[in-house]
Unconditional design. Structure first.
Length: 348
């Protein structure tokens, strides 16, 4: 059976992955109208998501304006920044049960729902922002962390503390020009930073391993099977485990008890940089499918294709989306700016 999520009648007290309960519930507000089965609407022009480090002033000002409007919405509006951030808490910190299986937790990490869940999440986040500024072509940026030019926190998020793209709950140590280590973990805290050249070479080797040599089988890349009625499994795909998790921990503040914001699922969506991190995760899915390996294609198991999630769209309508409807970004109306892939032939 597919995983259907969530049961909107149940809102659990969320908890950290180690089971520690979190103080505040984070489920989406109840909908007063019926849930609609979502069909991506027609569009005239593809949105092109730019690499964050290459975005110009005009683009940054536009994103800033859109975010400021989103932050200005009432906290109870499902399109507000507060509610957008809480989507991640509810789906990732056990706020929800699977629809049809009361008491069975819903989890979109550590399994094959990781890529499609986050794709739909960003899709609505982007559409809401575009609608707020009246720009149907607005596209969110991606943090190009697989390219040497993108291996720092992108300047648009860090350079102006008064910007809506800024977040004070980030690692003070890892501000630009400090280089991003794609294999960072807490043990690195006490080690001297690697020389930049070494860091870049190691990062490219990591990308080659996670995208090519280590991702030659579908489920190695996507993550393990997770079906309706089953308790969540713990089989992360290659990109989810590294570098995705490492970038979360590297970005969050080591001064906060749970690495807030980026260093913990429940708080990660409060940092605008989160959506840029995930833009590149999403881009990796598209790139992986374009690589020549015979297994580099989407899963065909109907239980995966028919799994569903609920989101509020840009009109605050609650909609049900299907994994099988998000496989092709062009059908969803967006693509990524083309950037070269220096890791592609980077065999260690
Ligand atoms: Cu839902 Cu980056 O995690």
């Amino acid at each position: 059976n597919p995983v259907n999520g969530p049961d909107t009648n149940i809102c659990n007290q969320p908890k950290l992955l180690d089971g520690t309960p979190l103080p505040d519930k984070c489920c989406a507000p109840k909908s007063s109208s019926d849930i609609i089965d979502y069909k991506p609407p027609p569009f005239t022009k593809l949105r092109v998501r730019p690499a964050a480090h290459k975005a110009d002033k005009e683009y940054i000002a536009k994103y800033n304006e859109a975010l400021s409007m989103m932050k200005g919405l009432d906290d109870t509006d499902p399109r507000s920044f507060k509610q957008q951030a809480d989507v991640h808490c509810a789906y990732c910190n056990y706020g929800y049960d699977q629809d049809g299986y009361p008491g069975v937790e819903l989890q979109v990490h550590f399994n094959w729902l990781f890529f499609p869940f986050h794709r739909w999440y960003l899709y609505f986040y982007e559409r809401i922002l575009g609608k707020l500024i009246g720009d149907p072509d607005f596209a969110i940026p991606f943090w190009n962390w697989d390219h040497p030019d993108g291996m720092t926190m992108p300047a648009m998020f860090t350079s102006d503390p008064n910007s809506d793209l800024y977040d004070v709950n980030r690692s003070p140590k890892h501000q630009p020009p400090y280089g991003l280590d794609l294999e960072y973990n807490k043990d690195n805290l006490c080690k001297p930073p690697k020389p930049y050249k070494q860091l870049v070479e190691d990062n490219l080797a990591t990308m080659y391993r996670q995208m090519v040599s280590g991702a030659s089988q579908q489920l190695l890349f996507f993550g393990g099977e997770y079906k309706g009625g089953e308790e969540p499994v713990n089989q992360m795909g290659t990109i989810e485990s590294t570098p995705h998790n490492n970038i979360h921990v590297w970005s969050g503040s080591e001064k906060n008890p749970n690495g807030e914001d980026m260093g913990n699922f429940y708080s990660a969506g409060r940092d605008p940089m989160f959506y840029a991190l995930h833009g590149n995760v999403d881009r990796m899915w598209s790139i992986w499918k374009s690589l020549p390996g015979k297994n580099n294609r989407d899963i065909t198991d109907c239980d995966w294709l028919n799994s569903t999630f609920l989101f509020y769209d840009e009109n605050a309508q609650l909609v049900r989306v299907r994994v099988g409807d998000c496989l092709d970004t062009e059908k969803l109306g967006y693509v990524y700016e083309q950037v070269d892939l220096p890791w592609l032939n980077y065999k260690p």
